[in-house]
Design a protein around this ligand. Structure first.
Ligand SMILES: [Mn+2]
Length: 500
């Protein structure tokens, strides 16, 4: 959806979820300002049984001048109701009647969405979604420092001070906003109340330690979600603890933070696993978080969380490729098919020695541009640096431009000048010829975590339907190939005869 589509309506009400948080307030604030700038007179409301009380949010509303009003008994029926940071029909949104509904959100979809909706579930905050929608309309939020500060603080609060953030668009927004830093400091130093400080202390006394897998579960009373991060960060200092989950369950939502210092457990993977199908979760290898929708579960929150954790630990076979020789007697033999990939010569983009930051869906890569440095665009759009020598050994140039579709199009920023360039206009197609080297491969019927012979720190996950493979000429070169891609990448061979 584009925001210009809603400009044909006149009687517009923006509603955020009950007990609004900074993200909900920021999103509604920016949308309200946009609509007002286009000659509309929208209302921005929230409902439910409690008015805003938290000190940081009171400061936010007052100092940024957020025109939000608390309307517990709202009975007007507007032409268009736009819910922000929530989806109408969810438990934490008091129902407001309207002729038409639109939704702008970043949570998992749990209701049937109206035609006018923009829900991006893998983004850190609704503020980021709103920022991107504004950008599409050419509306510069930096012209009003209050808007920029609100958006920044929305993301800051929703991602536990940016620590549980994973999407590059979130980082783009942070880099782009011109904010009032002292106000951010003031708000983040009024984040919890004395009562919540007590909640924090009590929660820690009441941990549950699971010796078998060395993980800790801490339950708090409903509180500011950031407290969960504070508690789990602190608990991770404990010698016996490798993984910590802190959570609270309120009638509206179950929130949790995950921390891991175990190389066999990626926090983002565990968070995603805990919330799979019943909410959403994500973050980084070490820090992550998530939400479970109470209406999606039948057992108690603790049963669900501990059940999922146990399931997670039990279902993985961990393979250290370095020390493993697979029995390949029931594996098939395959060779690589011809692949068309993209390549970018970095000196085409910026001059040699320029320090740059390459932003991709998988993370930021910081390098100084060298003469022999290229970027590859893989089959799934993944981006990685490659040297001229390696490129020449494995690929043939075609001279053709490369086209690709990305969830997030990679860009390169010159760190010296802050100039940002898209990479796709520089991308050329290369071909990797069908391979002569052969692999053994077999479809997996269980989950594995594979530490390759090259990387001791980070594992690759595979599940039923994916393939485990090993090079014929190197029994320790074991890897996992996505089941979705396998047929595009490999063809079966047998005794030198190729079957197509
Ligand atoms: Mn949010």
């Amino acid at each position: 959806m584009r925001l210009s589509e809603i400009l044909k309506y006149n009687d517009i009400v923006i509603q955020c979820h009950d007990n609004p948080d900074a993200d909900a307030l920021a999103s509604g604030f920016v949308l309200h300002t946009f609509l007002t700038a286009h000659g509309k007179s929208p209302e921005f409301i929230y409902r439910g049984i409690n008015p805003i009380q938290k000190s940081n949010l009171v400061i936010m509303v007052d100092e940024l001048g957020i025109p939000v009003s608390y309307e517990p008994d709202y009975d007007r029926r507007p032409d268009l109701l736009i819910t922000v940071d929530c989806q109408i029909g969810q438990r934490n949104v008091t129902f407001t009647d309207s002729k038409l509904v639109a939704v702008i959100d970043h949570h998992q979809v749990t209701v049937e969405l109206p035609r006018l909706s923009e829900v991006r579930s893998n983004i850190g905050s609704c503020a980021t979604v709103m920022w991107d929608l504004m950008r599409e309309e050419g509306f510069d939020v930096n012209e009003n420092k209050n808007l920029a500060t609100a958006l920044y603080y929305g993301l800051y609060c929703d991602t536990n001070k940016f620590s549980e953030m994973s999407h590059p668009l979130d980082r783009d927004m942070i880099d782009n906003l011109t904010i009032n830093k002292s106000l951010i400091t003031k708000m983040s130093n009024s984040n919890i109340s004395l009562e919540e400080l007590k909640i924090t202390g009590k929660a820690i006394l009441d941990f549950e330690y699971h010796e078998d897998y060395r993980y800790l579960v801490i339950k708090t009373e409903p509180c500011d979600p950031n407290i969960l991060g504070v508690i789990s960060d602190f608990a991770m200092e404990t010698a016996e603890v490798d993984v910590c989950i802190a959570y609270y369950a309120s009638p509206d939502e179950i929130k949790f933070s995950v921390r891991s210092c175990s190389k066999e457990v990626h926090a983002n993977e565990l968070a995603e696993f805990i919330a799979r199908g019943i909410g959403g979760g994500g973050g980084h290898l070490l820090k992550a978080g998530g939400t479970i929708r109470p209406e999606m579960i039948t057992a108690s929150p603790i049963e669900v969380i501990e059940g999922r954790i146990t399931e997670y630990y039990q279902q993985y076979q961990v393979i250290y490729a370095k020390d493993t020789i697979l029995d390949t007697s029931d594996f098939g033999m395959y060779t690589k098919k011809e692949q068309k990939l993209g390549v970018i010569k970095l000196t085409d983009v910026f001059p040699v020695t320029t320090p740059v930051e390459i932003r991709t869906l998988e993370g930021d890569i910081n390098v100084n541009i060298a003469d022999d440095m290229y970027l590859m665009i893989g089959i799934e759009g993944e981006i990685y640096p490659i040297t001229a020598e390696k490129l020449a050994n494995s690929y043939q140039a075609t001279g053709f431009d490369f086209q690709g579709h990305f969830e997030y199009e990679p860009s390169i920023r010159n760190l010296a000048t802050d100039e940002i360039k898209r990479v796709m206009p520089y991308a050329k197609t290369v071909i990797s010829p069908s391979g002569s080297s052969r692999i053994y491969a077999k479809v997996l019927d269980h989950n594995v975590k594979l530490f390759t012979a090259w990387d001791d720190d980070k594992y690759y996950s595979g599940g039923p339907g994916d393939y485990i493979a090993v090079r014929e000429d190197d029994p320790h070169d074991i890897y996992v190939i996505s089941g979705r891609l396998f047929d595009d990448l490999y063809r079966s061979t047998s005794k030198g005869i190729t079957f197509l």
